[in-house]
Design a protein around this ligand. Structure first.
Ligand code: DQA
Length: 146
């Protein structure tokens, strides 16, 4: 079982970026905690952050070939704009959970629409970094029993 965690633009600034909205944890801390949890469960977890739409599309396409079984994605601002990321996720047809740290439905109206949500297995928003952990817990629960 291989899980890929994707983080979109500006999430590299977590910790200092609008902490009242996104919290105090850095991306490195979030990724480290997720890796630890995955390792304990015997699962390979890779995290990837990019500020570039094409780089995220490339990484999703690669996930279709590299043995990835599940994607956890916070597309950040691309949630609300990116047909390209939607198409890449549809093309690889891997199950994914969409995560947002903030409750996008409590915020500006342009954040209410996601290009990905109707393709996602589920969407978690507003729970901060806990959202990633719940998504990972779900991915682990989907492991084929051997
Ligand atoms: C976000 C919400 C998006 O609207 C925003 O553009 C982000 C982060 C979140 O995690 O709450 O960059 O995806």
């Amino acid at each position: 079982m291989q899980v890929l965690v994707l983080h979109g633009p500006n999430l590299n600034l977590l910790g200092t970026r609008e902490p009242g909205i996104y919290g105090a944890q850095t991306l490195a801390q979030i990724d480290e905690d997720l890796s630890k949890k995955a390792r304990e469960a015997g699962v390979v977890l890779e995290s990837y952050q990019s500020n570039h739409e094409g780089a995220l599309v490339d990484r999703i396409q690669a996930a279709g070939r590299d043995g990835t079984r599940f994607i956890i994605i916070n597309p950040a601002a691309y949630t609300h704009t990116s047909v390209a990321i939607r198409d890449a996720l549809a093309a690889v047809a891997l199950p994914f959970v969409e995560v947002h740290l903030s409750n996008i439905h409590k915020r500006e109206s342009f954040r209410h629409h996601s290009y990905l949500s109707d393709l996602a297995v589920g969407v978690i928003c507003g729970l901060g970094p806990v959202g990633y952990h719940l998504a990972l817990q779900y991915a682990l629960s989907q492991r084929p029993s051997s």
